[in-house]
Design a binder for this molecule. Sequence first.
Ligand code: ATP
Ligand code: ZN
Length: 754
Amino acid sequence: MCFVHQVAVDAPGLQLLDYSAETPLAPGTLVRVPLGRQTVSGVVMACTAMDDSPRAIALRPIEAAFDTLPPLDAAWRELLQFVARYYQRAVGEVIGAALPAQLRNRKPADLATTTPQDLVYRCTEAGLEELGASLARRSVALWRLARALGVPGPEAADAPPDPADSAPLALSEARSLHPQARQVLAEWAQAGWVELVDTAPSAASMPAPDLHPEQAQALQAIAASDGFAPFLLFGVTGSGKTEVYLQAASQVLQRKPGAQVLVLTPEINLTPQLVRRFEQRFGAAHLAVLHSGLSEGQRLRHWLAAHTGRARIVLGTRLAVLASMPSLRLIVVDEEHDTSYKQQEGARYSARDLALWRGRQLGIAVVLGSATPSLESWRAAQTGRYTLLTLTQRASGVLPRVRLADTRRDPTLRASGALIGQTLDAALRQRLERGEQSLLFLNRRGYAPVLSCPDCGWMSDCPHCDAHLVFHRTDRTLRCHHCGFQAAVPRACPGCGSLDLQPVGKGTQRVEEALAEKYPQARIARIDADSTRRKGAAASRFDSVHAGEVDILVGTQMVTKGHDFQRVTLVAALNPDAGLFTHDPRGPERLFAQLMQAAGRAGRAVSDQDGSEASAPEMLVQTGHPEHPLYRALVAHDYPGFAQAELIERERGGMPPFTFQALLRAEHRSFDAVVEFLAAAQQLAVPLAQPLGVTLYPPIPAALARVADVHRMQMLLESQHRGALQRMLTSWRGALAAQRSRVRWAVDVDPLDF
Ligand SMILES: Nc1ncnc2c1ncn2[C@@H]1O[C@H](COP(=O)(O)OP(=O)(O)OP(=O)(O)O)[C@@H](O)[C@H]1O
Ligand SMILES: [Zn+2]
């Protein structure tokens, strides 16, 4: 007799494989299995008994099982299979993304796990009476169990029982009891004689502020929900969305012993404030943090804390949506519009969408929060699929006034290389005089996006990519931001020998330089990927901004996200117009969100009636298109108006959220190979697509058609129905795999980038 186990092995490209074992292993058990000449990890997905048939005997045996680790539960295993199926990847690849590497590479013996110490059984009043009276009649083992729970013997019968005297029995101890005792404990729990109590300080030391009426309403709605309940918490920047998350989490934890809450955030390294707020409220011991910046050891520890239930709150970036959380009762997705929730390689999942999937699976509330929701979520709220909760007021401070500075009418901007117009100059000087902070942002790092020769038209192009080399003045290099190619700035033009090479356009370094020239007395800091490469550099720079050691902060979108700056009263965007005219249909949505978020950094601690001398907070946009509807909506702080107009466009253009899309991406060093592969792919697709009503678009080069000498092309598929598209993709993927092409290809379901 042997048992056949279907195992999801940690190997990209592989689906479930069969292995044998002499005793059955519970589904969800982590195992080590042979694969070729190696040993790899895997998760048992199913187990069936089999007779000694030749097939069963021929199976390779499971080498080891991690039996000290509680098995991954059925809900998690379903999630794993759903991700693989929906995003068209092999299960083995999803395992690689979901489990920490150290868990996968260790031997079972090294894994000591701990269970929650703060879940305890306690006798109820009824239990004390009932059990106390009958204690004498029970076996020694039960007598011990009752004693462990602090049940007084018959000798104390005349004193009235007091549950406070009963001793707690930790859940972890209860698990190691004799099976018979465990059974009895379960019966007692059913009879109401003992209860499981959460002694975790769930709404710990830090007192929570009283909610404002709109916040209280939102919290009330979340708390009153039952079953799967998706909410869109639409709150202006600084309206106290985070406070609503904190109190919603706290309620869930109080209500159910051992309950867990998952909080997703786009970025953790940039927003240490968020972690701090959760730590202060719930205690660091009950918090697990999961993001890609952790060391492997840390990641394992935090993952185990979530898996064993020790962590009540799991705070993490997109990968945390795949965490094992056996008692998950609430999911929060902060800044739900943020595109970093979409994984851009391997299994290209959307953490926001998976959060909703998990919420539905478990029948729990999912709170999506944003000041600028994604159009998908906004529409879902408009059509009633999500419940809309609105926060219109800032919790403290006031919303900045948004002003547009017309660059076409500004004589100071005519001078070549001028970056700071009259209006912005006046606004900056005012802040400098009053000792307030200003924040300037633009989405280009480096000094200038390209170096050019005015005589012959030569441009600094990357030899390996279809992109310009960016001029970095600090070390006089030309760098490709796509492939990493780097070269020294040439002395003379490689085209004609001219000595007059000119930087064209502006990057953060150039703005920093211009500011330093114009305001020599100002303390200026720059925050972008270049200035924060060293570990901890970003944190220390943000700290000095918070400490008031910086007058003007220049940066990329890194400075616009989620920071609670207390002294910033001016935010300026330096000509973001490029975002208006991109070919990316999501360009306007992204630009609007980014400008609103940036505006949200100003005026967070300024009150309109406290009579202080502080400047009225404002956001200034230098633009050549002040009449553009997007900017008009920005001035009016009118996200709903903007969203409605965009949704009309999307519907007209047959774009998501009105249709569903998938992209086949293909790349190879040989351009011809890519073209050939996609032509074949198209041929295979036609007969599959037609009966399902899926629209096929011809293959085209990707937006960045060549990176590091690799040619990249793609082909778009579209359908009115998610299910039809899914069916089409599943059969198509099989046919594509059978091609055994040398081209690297992948299907991207619900793509965000083209
Ligand atoms: N009910 C309240 N009473 C007093 N202060 C509050 C209240 N709610 C929130 N705050 C404070 O207001 C500020 C903004 O709140 P919070 O950070 O929760 O807003 P947010 O909507 O999450 O902001 P953002 O959109 O910028 O991320 C914080 O300093 C917070 O402590
Ligand atoms: Zn390059």
